[in-house]
Design a protein around this ligand. Structure first.
Ligand SMILES: [Zn+2]
Length: 693
């Protein structure tokens, strides 16, 4: 190279007064471990810098990118740090093994070059020294960057081309779906494990029988049937683990043409996103990279597969619902979209029921039901809850309208900070896990390829997770800063002034009440146990907990009022159900359902309130049934009937069936023989009565 010999004249005292930055990076993780040689070459550059006049402690090493594979600068901290240092004019020279490797894609690279030119920073690689502010040097460097990118592109295309050709011939070995394995000749066969085969068959049978994905997972859960997964990679590769069948798993199996005996490859792809991230997307069948019918044994026929796809498309809309972000809709459910389940943390849905012609909101948590077919988590009748929240708002907003708005502001700021540090912990954890995965990978014997590869994959996954955590964090941070804008602040202030009047005005539509609620309340966490508790989180973080009695069930609502129940209890000491009903009606009382009483409704109240009947009360007081009296006196039923008709026994009717009860005789008449000796023949006409009627 032209510059290699005469580079020294480019280094001036101004350069030497600033630091030298040695940028060390490896593009793949395998290189980190195996290419220690290139790392040594990079560190040797340091000696070059010292030879050029930089003090040994003036060479700063940036190597935080080690192990991060990257085609964009977005996910490479070290590179950005380097750019920042150069931009601030702290760098006199940037050292790199091959300048083109400073940044793999040319956009990053040109940016760095421009910044170097602006800040008069030199660049040094094994070929020589470059001054980006000189046109010739810059041209050369730019070319190198472009070359590097082209090389990467060609390499990738070549690799992928090989893969695709193999896949088109159906020869590409890939990770098989559950229920299939490779045999010794690398042909796809059904899994020899009968239990696995049966599980897959049961899955399809259940889906064909019920016709719905959700019903299928529900059926598996109800019967306690677990579904197998074969582990890939790691020391337990090939092992089976059993777990509950999830909706995601089921749907991916139902979508896979493999189960209908077709080889397919490239049914989805990763798309680059403008932010530097990637997104996974499914492709329509005509864009699949490879597709071969009848390539291997099948679990279902091709027709069944086609039908399944149609059915999934039809029910597809039902699978994607999310009402958390929906705008307030018509309907009386005040907490729509704001109720959070206190038992599992899911958003609660609103379902309307009707009672006496009125729409009654129910807050329902489906919980894991959607994904695993579990039963409903909880369901709460909303009327009482809505009323309590409304009262809370009116109470909270009136007396201290102004203080509250001020408090909201203050709380908001505090909450953002709190949430921020909490969320940042997620990022830290992801960082820690990525570091752990790196350590595991570095410590594995490189000869143990299988293990090393799975650990490398794990490390890659952790790094991706870390990226996602960082992106999430940034997105939330940005969203937080927008929590209350000026417009919203004005609306809160206006609201505080005449809130109770507007809220209580019967002409205010429900929709408006929900809007006002949305301005004041972030969410309401509801749980129903012995009581209903509702934790109301105001915008701004202040929380109030309401405790309400469990709402009455429909049955309880229809129940008779307690004071009427007390009267019934008193009357039952003397009267039959029908007589009680008659008396209540005379007193002008009504049932819970606002009807007149009759024998049946009194009986209902009696049974539900566990009140003893007149007959039970009389028996408890010592009266006897016909049979009991007959046994006691050793006489026939007919005899007792005759005595009763002649007024010889003290008796009374105890219910609508006309059953008679008797007071036992005070003493057995002295002339009567013992019933044990002549049980069936008691003298007739004699009175065993304790008193005259
Ligand atoms: Zn729940």
């Amino acid at each position: 190279m032209r510059m290699s010999g005469n580079g020294h004249h480019k280094v001036t005292a101004r350069h030497l007064a600033r630091s030298a930055y040695l940028y060390v990076r490896q593009s793949t993780m395998r290189q980190v471990v195996e290419n220690t040689e290139s790392t040594e070459r990079q560190y040797a550059l340091r000696q070059r810098a010292i030879a050029l006049g930089w003090p040994s402690d003036g060479v700063i090493v940036i190597d935080s990118d080690l192990g991060q594979s990257g085609a964009s600068a977005v996910d490479r901290e070290g590179f950005q740090k380097l750019v920042a240092e150069v931009g601030m004019g702290r760098a006199g020279i940037v050292l790199g093994l091959e300048v083109s490797r400073l940044a793999r894609n040319s956009a990053d690279w040109h940016r760095l070059l421009e910044i170097c030119a602006l800040t008069d920073t030199l660049i040094l690689d094994e070929d020589g020294i470059y001054d980006p502010s000189h046109f010739n040097d810059r041209l050369l460097l730019g070319l190198k960057g472009t070359m590097s990118e082209a090389e990467l592109h060609v390499l990738r295309a070549r690799l992928r081309g090989g893969l695709i050709n193999k896949a088109r011939r159906g020869e590409l070995r890939c990770r098989l779906p559950i229920g299939f394995v490779y045999d010794a000749q690398v042909r796809v066969v059904l899994d020899p494990d009968k239990q696995v085969q049966e599980s897959v068959r049961l899955l399809f049978d259940t889906f064909f029988r019920t016709g719905a994905a959700h019903a299928t997972i529900k059926s598996f859960r109800k019967q306690g049937i677990l579904f197998p997964t074969r582990l890939h990679g790691g020391t337990r590769s090939g092992d089976l683990v059993w777990g509950p069948l999830s909706l995601g798993r089921l749907v991916s199996i139902l979508h896979s043409p493999w189960f209908a005996g077709a080889y397919s490859f490239g049914r989805s792809r990763w798309r680059k996103q403008p932010g530097g991230g990637t997104r996974h997307e499914a492709l329509p069948p005509n864009e699949w990279l490879a597709f071969i019918r009848d390539a291997h044994p099948a679990y279902i026929t091709w027709d069944q597969y086609v039908q399944t796809q149609q059915r999934l498309r039809d029910s597809g809309k039902a699978l994607h619902f999310d009402c958390s972000q929906s705008p307030p809709r018509e309907g009386p459910a005040l907490l729509q979209g704001r109720a959070v389940c206190g038992l599992c943390g899911s958003r609660m849905h609103v379902r309307y029921g009707s009672r006496r012609g009125q729409r009654i909101p129910n807050y329902v948590c489906v919980g894991r039901g959607r994904l695993f077919g579990d039963p409903l988590c909880q369901s709460i009748v909303g009327t009482q809850l809505d009323a309590a929240i409304g009262k809370l708002l009116v109470d909270a907003v009136t007396p201290m309208a102004l203080q509250m708005t001020l408090a909201v502001q203050h709380e908001l700021e505090r909450r953002v900070d709190e949430a921020d540090s909490l969320r940042h912990r997620q990022v830290e954890r992801a960082q820690y896990e990525a570091e752990l995965a790196r350590q595991r990978y570095l410590h594995v014997d490189p000869g143990n390829r299988l293990v090393a590869e799975s650990l490398e994959a794990d490390w890659n996954a952790r790094l991706r997770a870390l990226d996602e955590a960082r992106a999430d964090y940034e997105r939330q941070r940005a969203a937080d800063r927008r929590v209350v804008d000026d417009d919203e602040r004005r609306r809160i202030l206006a609201l505080a002034a005449d809130f109770p009047a507007v809220w209580n005005d019967p002409n205010t539509p429900e929709r408006e009440r929900k809007r006002m609620l949305a301005l004041l309340v972030e969410d309401v966490t509801v749980s129903k146990q012995h009581h209903v508790t509702a934790a109301v989180r105001f915008r701004g973080g202040a929380t109030t907990i309401l405790t309400l009695p469990r709402p009455l069930t429909a049955q309880q609502l229809r129940a008779t009022r307690p004071e009427v129940r007390q009267q019934i209890d008193g009357l039952l000491d003397e009267y039959t159900d029908a007589q009680v009903a008659h008396i209540l009606n005379e007193r002008g009382l009504r049932t819970g359902a606002d009807d007149a009483f009759d024998a049946v409704s009194v009986q209902w109240v009696r049974v539900t309130a566990k009140l003893p009947s007149l007959k039970e009360r009389l028996l408890a007081a010592g009266m006897l049934t016909t049979r009991q009296l007959g046994e006691k006196l050793g006489v026939k039923r007919s005899t007792i009937g005759r005595w009763r008709a002649q007024g010889l026994v003290e008796s009374r009717i105890c219910n609508e069936l006309g059953e008679w009860l008797y007071w036992p005789p005070k003493q057995t008449p002295p002339h009567r023989r013992s019933p044990t000796k002549r049980p069936a023949k008691s003298p007739e006409g004699r009175s065993p009565v304790r008193g005259a009627v």
